[in-house]
Write a protein that binds this ligand. Structure first.
Ligand code: ATP
Ligand code: MG
Length: 441
């Protein structure tokens, strides 16, 4: 992409109404624009990151055997009356009426819809286990939308639903999700701690939240300092194996940690030695629930079991805050000059800065590099504007691409360009012909 032809409306000033750094940086980097309170347009740069996060979530969901689909944003109130949640959900649910005076709602979550799909099409235990998921916009009429995409009213969520014959299978689905979530966040460069939590309006017996530690986080958390050193890494897990998934569950959640509201201080003190007790703030980037037959029973989602008798299925649901993740990643990864994207989610991998636009040698070298890298499948943003080099550097630092290549007449006279790592600031000079190989490493 050539910056001269792109749409990157960066802001010079920090917007006064943005309180936290991720919100400020997303506005300054031209990633989002507020459309109404808690509702945002995703400008091209923000949209690229959103799609990258979505792609990682899709890959990890499908690796765990979960099946993608897509359910609508607008739902009929009828199903929600069946589950009892039409009234129970409260003012966060946006209720609407269509021209035929039918009650509708903009889905805050999808348990009812997916349970209806299930009961319409599944009648035998032989279809189980089954986990369906989708990535779709949600609406929750938050009383105080704030911090940009962190607490929006409209936001993008991956939500998945498992259907199992027995509680044991459903517990396995729970553990399997825990494993796949750990992997998902780690791929995005995030360290998360799974913490036992409150179930809220979803209801249920067991639930963990995935929390990213950050000063600006909205929840208060207590944790064992040891859990922050854990890395899932590239270990191989058999997602069908109950034992494999349970082992990871035990390893990553063994040290007691809870959010402020439900924090059981006595137990925390009992299990965690004093020197390792930590108290901090965190951002919730996902949550998993096991809720048994809470929806299947009232909504009649039963299957014929092996003995021919009808049994309500055991269910759970699992959510990842896709749009919130952009904010969380920036909170965890930025410096005084701007965003520092982990490579896996970066909008482009490399930025080329032509330090002297209009200089024939620089222009020619940039064009050649741009074409070569693009042909190699590397995502490049080429700053070909007639701006001062300093202003170009500031823009590149602000938008946080992992690598910057600076091309100028002085270096070219010596046959080199400069490669800068955004995170470490390390620079190296190399011949343009070596660049592709170096970046492919
Ligand atoms: P919170 O406690 O932050 O309000 P929640 O527990 O109500 O969130 P869940 O129902 O668990 O939310 O939804 C799954 C995920 O969706 C959350 O872990 C969070 O990352 C994301 N999410 C929830 N509400 C919002 C919101 N208003 N804006 C952006 N993301 C959200
Ligand atoms: Mg939650």
């Amino acid at each position: 992409m050539r910056l001269s032809r792109y749409f990157l409306p960066v802001l010079k000033e920090t917007p006064a109404d943005a309180q936290i750094v991720s919100h400020q940086l997303m506005l300054r980097a031209g990633m989002i624009k507020q459309a109404a309170a808690g509702i945002y347009s995703w400008l091209p740069l923000g949209y690229r990151v959103l799609r990258n996060i979505e792609r990682i979530v899709h890959e990890e969901q499908q690796r765990a055997g979960h099946i993608p689909m897509l359910m609508p944003t607008l739902q009929s109130a009828d199903l929600w009356r069946e589950s009892g949640r039409f009234d129970a959900y409260g003012p966060e649910m946006l209720r609407l009426r269509d021209r035929h005076e039918r009650d509708m709602l903009y889905g805050p979550t999808n348990e009812e819809l997916v349970t209806d799909i299930f009961r319409s099409h599944v009648s035998s235990y032989k279809t189980l286990p089954l986990t369906l998921y989708h990535i779709q916009w949600k609406f929750r009429d938050e009383i105080r939308p704030r911090f940009g995409v962190m607490r929006g009213r409209e936001f993008l969520m991956k939500d998945g639903y498992n259907f199992d014959l027995t509680e044991e299978d459903a517990r396995h689905a729970y553990n399997r999700h825990l494993v796949s979530y750990l992997r998902t966040y780690e791929r995005m460069g995030l360290q998360t701690i799974p913490m036992r939590a409150d179930s809220g309006p979803i209801g249920g017996d067991d639930t963990h939240e995935f929390v990213v530690l950050a000063e600006t986080g909205e929840s208060e958390v207590f944790y064992d300092s040891e859990v922050t050193d854990r890395r899932f890494g590239d270990r191989v897990i058999d997602y069908d194996s109950h034992d494999d998934c349970r082992a990871v569950f035990e390893e990553f959640t063994s040290h007691y940690a809870r959010t402020g509201e439900t924090h059981d201080e006595a137990l925390f003190h009992e299990r965690v030695p004093e020197a390792r007790r930590r108290h901090a703030r965190g951002i919730e980037v996902g949550q998993i629930f096991y809720f048994g037959t809470k929806y299947s029973e009232p909504m009649g989602a039963t299957v014929q079991g092996p003995d021919g008798k009808p049994v309500p299925v055991h269910m759970g649901s699992h959510g990842i805050g896709i749009s919130r993740l952009l904010g969380a990643i920036i909170e965890a990864s930025h410096d005084e000059r701007g965003i520092v994207w982990p490579a896996a989610v970066a909008p482009f991998q490399v930025g080329i800065v032509n330090a002297k636009q209009g200089d024939p040698a620089s222009d020619a070298a940039c064009e050649k590099l741009y074409a070569t890298l693009a042909r190699a499948g590397i995502e490049v943003l080429y700053d070909d504007r007639t701006e001062r080099a300093g202003a170009k550097f500031a823009t590149m630092d602000l938008i946080g691409l992992p690598w910057r290549v600076t091309v100028g007449p002085r270096g070219l006279a010596d046959g080199v360009v400069e490669l800068t790592n955004r995170r470490s600031g390390e620079r190296e000079e190399l011949a343009p012909s070596q660049l592709q190989g170096r970046l492919s490493e």
